[in-house]
Design a protein around this ligand. Sequence first.
Ligand code: MTE
Length: 299
Amino acid sequence: MAHRWTNTLTRNDVTEERLWLNRRQIMAGLGGMAVAGLAGRAGAAEGLEPNSYEEITSYNNYYEFGTGKDDPARYAGDLTISPWSVKIDGMVDKPGEYGFDDILSKMTLEERIYRFRCVEAWSMVVPWTGFELADLLTMAGVKSGAKYVAFETVLRPDEMPGVRYNVLDWPYVEGLRLDEAMHPLTIMATGIYGRDIPRQNGAPLRLVVPWKYGYKSIKSIVRITLTDTQPPTSWNKANPNEYGFYSNVNPQVDHPRWSQATERGIGGGLFAKRKDTLMFNGYDEVASLYEGMDLTVNH
Ligand code: MTE
């Protein structure tokens, strides 16, 4: 599949941990893929120091395992992630159940260092390994007339202690407009620092949309549906006044209960200076997707 995105950061800009490509991803590499995309133009994560593997994998939001930041690392260990398959259905030419290893063998894996901004006003920089969602959708064949993509997380009450509580309406669901889903910045992540993505971060594959708040980045995906109507999203269902469908990072719009203007980098220490939050999280190249839309109304 074509590479339409590049990143200026070289491998030397990331700490040592990235050097270990795990077996699966090396095997995947033998199947015609390369972990590439490490030279080229400036990205929004340019010059930023990636968070450590430890920070990225111990401070998480994955409410199926509890609402505390350390609950996912503590309780996600029992989630069965192999075998895994993703059902792709709705307005596609080739609907079906796609095995995870089969998907991996057909996709181009790349390492991409993305800024990640949470609605709670903290942020991280994460070196993901993944492939473009567009490539997966193209493989399934998007039918004309499809306008949105809906995503669903696995729901396994026996393995997910948090779903006993009705904090959200399970399963976790999310959605993108088709052009957002097809944008080359939108990836399905399968690794962090070149290792298989850990369960608490959404193993074996999760969405990453770097210009939107982190909650759009749905974890452990088992279903992707192409549709012509705007799909429901978990946080919007739970609290429509606070969480809109688009959920673009927009520092000018306050969350009803707190400001979105600044953010705290995880790992910077309690007294680290807060950073100004950037529109679209700094990914200006997506601005054209929203031309003519009022992003305070469509928040
Ligand atoms: N996906 C599922 N299935 N369940 C969740 O609770 N939380 C979201 C998102 N994806 C969540 C989810 C939120 S609020 C955030 S900020 C990110 O995951 C956190 O991703 P991370 O733990 O890898 O940093």
